[in-house]
Design a protein around this ligand. Sequence first.
Ligand code: ADP
Ligand code: ZN
Length: 355
Amino acid sequence: MSDVADNRILTVGLGDRSYDIVIGEGSFAEAGARLRDFARDGGLCVVSDENVRDIYGGALTETLGRAGLRYDSFVIPPGEGSKNISLLSGIYDWFGEGGRLKRDGLVVAFGGGVVGDLAGFAAATWMRGVSYVQIPTTLLAMVDSSVGGKTAIDTKRGKNLVGAFHQPSLVLIDPTLTETLPERELRAGFAEVAKYGAIASEGLFGRLERNGRATGLSDVIHECCSIKAKLVEEDEFDAGRRAILNFGHTFGHAIESKYGFAKYNHGEAISAGMSMAAAVGERLGVTDKGTAARLDALLSRLGLSSRESADGLVAHMRSDKKALADGVNLILLKRVGEAVVHRMSWDELEETLHG
Ligand code: ADP
Ligand code: ZN
């Protein structure tokens, strides 16, 4: 199809699993025309959450209707609590009801990271895998979780413990959908944006320093997705370089878990986690001096906090799914725009954190 002028398309090149990321203000209005290329006769199943359905359900029906597409929708309660096995099981039953979703059907994950992970995992596993499309509606999902094919649900022993790699067939991003996001969710998304600057783009980092959250969203999303696309192409199954996307996340996950996932949301926790990782890097002499102060200043400009105590964190890190038996591979910065993987034992880490 022809594109409206401001749509920009990135391709994640993965051989026969390659797909496009379409980024454009107003691109949601053309979702129907785009989905028509992927929807076949086996059913069109949209998963979203109550908030997204209430705000955008009508517009979705309209764009799909204009393209001659009919769909069924499964609506989950908002929040991380929905990424569980019993809701997943409900989705399977719904897929199966009256033969709603066949092997050549299409799943659409329409929502934030929670919907993307859950619907993506359902698509990855239903009949050993059916196609799905991501239409992310939070900044966090637009810059991070909708690209790269990681899908998962949580168990009572931890987040994302059960999952699969399953690449989407298309990621359709309309940055204007973030206009209705609660302030706190938008801010959390900027933590992931800052992460991309810190690990891979001093240019992006500098633009955020200059313009804060007024930095043009479309450009920001494009740059983050192109960094992510490259890392996913290099390392689809997260066995090497892709790990740098975890900058701030080992500490961040421990912070989330220390407070029972109640005090901080994901973005807020990784903001504090990135700050901690930068400080640890400087103490170890891996990170150029001054980097941690620069990162903290940016986080505070974005309205994010970087202050959090390291007490008790290592215990939580030991039960993280990325933990090794005797230590952890931490992602540290060399400088703004460059990250490295740094292996540390638990003892070393305790010492550095409290030293
Ligand atoms: P994340 O993308 O950060 O993983 P969620 O999927 O849990 O987070 O979404 C965060 C919250 O924002 C949820 O309550 C969700 O319903 C709501 N939400 C998602 N997208 C939008 C949007 N475009 N406008 C308003 N609220 C939204
Ligand atoms: Zn993250």
